[in-house]
Ligand binder design. Structure first.
Ligand SMILES: Cc1ncc(COP(=O)(O)O)c(C=O)c1O
Length: 390
């Protein structure tokens, strides 16, 4: 059987041996729950979690108490909406601004809020001739969703300038960055960007599924969105005056009974965390820091495919992925024919309907590379595409 050529890193990355081995080692030799036990094995897991949290914080230039483990980017993006909508100061007259670069996971939670009358208006950022967010045209808004890199176009947005432009119009704007694709290819600096929230998934950078990162700049400021074990410091008759002291929220159940949330990040992590996946996330970050995907592979494919008359390449030569359409062929057919040759690519609308609508197509074919891909694999892939689209 021919070897599989896996060119779908942007959907989910293959896992390095080091990630698999670290997870297996944890499961075989060190497993225990975190935040609950007092035996050496349990406290070692607590140390492991805080070590990975520190590593994630350093990875995006944040502080450790601003890093919340989630189950993935979609979870984080939904939680952000739930967090914001449940704050005492939240107003349903709010305006949210999105863009056609957004993945369904970034925009649909806001569409649902709009539908339920929790948001007054949804605006869209304009795109320029390169299909980048037009920085000067960002409208005045209360909330701004920024897809730092579209999963269809693969171009890095200038997040720092976008946020600065939005803040010039409204200093109180709350900015939410979806870094799910950007994180694979570029260093993130949340301090420099000055964003309020940021998310990414572990599985796209080589760790397991089921773990993601949610960065909350003012992590002590918000009332939490999820409740349960591990995030409450005390329950009972507590002096309300202790609120300022704790820097935490006090929730009053009845007149004489209340509970106090832990401080961040614990107050954001109700219930048992995906411990094994967090182990893998730490190792995946080490691997990514050593080696990122080689984008010369994408440039090679671009140079070959862009000169073919029947192929319309949508992405630019310097993009992190290559997306194309063949006007008289359905993307699903191309995907199936490539699949028959053991080449895995993504086809369809890629959970990014708006950019496809903007481009006037219903779907496309995407080639995305991970650190495991070679030039030889890309050359074979280009040859197969040439045979399919002759
Ligand atoms: C830009 C972008 N945002 C969000 C997501 C959602 O990620 P997940 O399915 O891991 O939650 C994806 C996944 O493809 C993505 O590419």
């Amino acid at each position: 059987m021919n070897k599989i050529i896996y060119l779908d890193a942007a959907a989910s990355a293959l896992k390095p041996d080091s990630v698999i081995n670290a997870e297996a080692d944890f499961l075989y030799n060190s497993y225990a729950n975190s935040g609950r036990g007092v035996c050496a094995r349990a406290t070692a897991v607590d140390d492991m979690i805080s070590h990975v949290r520190d590593k994630v914080a350093e990875f995006i230039n944040a502080k450790s108490n601003q890093i919340v483990f989630t189950s993935g980017a979609t979870d984080g993006l939904n939680r952000i909406v739930n967090i914001l909508l449940s704050q005492p100061w939240y107003s349903s007259s709010s305006v949210v601004t999105v863009s056609d670069l957004d993945h369904h996971s970034a925009r649909l939670p806001w569409e649902a809020a709009l539908h339920n009358g929790k948001v007054h208006k949804m605006l869209r950022c304009e795109l320029d001739e390169n299909m980048d967010i037009k920085i000067d045209a960002i409208p005045k808004t209360d909330f701004l969703i920024i897809t730092a890199m579209s999963n269809v176009l693969g171009r890095a947005q200038d997040v720092q300038k976008i946020i600065a432009s939005a803040r010039a119009k409204n200093p109180d704007v709350i900015t939410i960055v979806d870094a799910s694709q950007y994180v694979v290819h570029h260093k993130i600096d949340v301090k420099k960007w000055d964003c309020d929230f940021l998310v990414f998934s572990g599985h796209k950078i080589g760790s397991d599924t089921g773990v993601g990162v949610l960065y909350i700049r003012d992590s002590e400021k918000y009332f939490p969105d999820k409740f349960g074990g591990g995030m409450v410091s005390s329950v009972g008759n507590i002096n309300i005056a202790s609120k300022a002291e704790h820097g935490a929220w006090i929730y009053e159940n009845e007149k004489d009974s209340c509970w106090v949330t832990e401080s961040a990040p614990t107050k954001w992590e109700a219930g048992t965390l995906p411990l094994t996946q967090i182990v893998g996330l730490g190792v995946a970050i080490d691997e990514l820091n050593k080696k990122r995907p080689d984008l010369d592979l994408i440039k090679y494919a671009y140079d070959e495919l862009a000169k073919m008359e029947k192929i319309k390449v949508i992405t630019s030569r310097d993009a992190a992925i290559l997306t194309f359409v063949v006007p008289d062929m359905h993307p699903l057919d191309i995907g199936a024919l490539m699949g028959a040759k053991n080449i895995c690519v993504r086809v369809g609308n890629m959970c990014a309907s708006w950019i496809h609508k903007y481009l006037g197509v219903t779907g496309s074919v995407r080639i995305s590379v991970g650190p495991w891909n070679t030039m030889d694999e890309i050359k074979q892939t280009v040859d197969v595409i040439k045979q399919i689209v002759k």
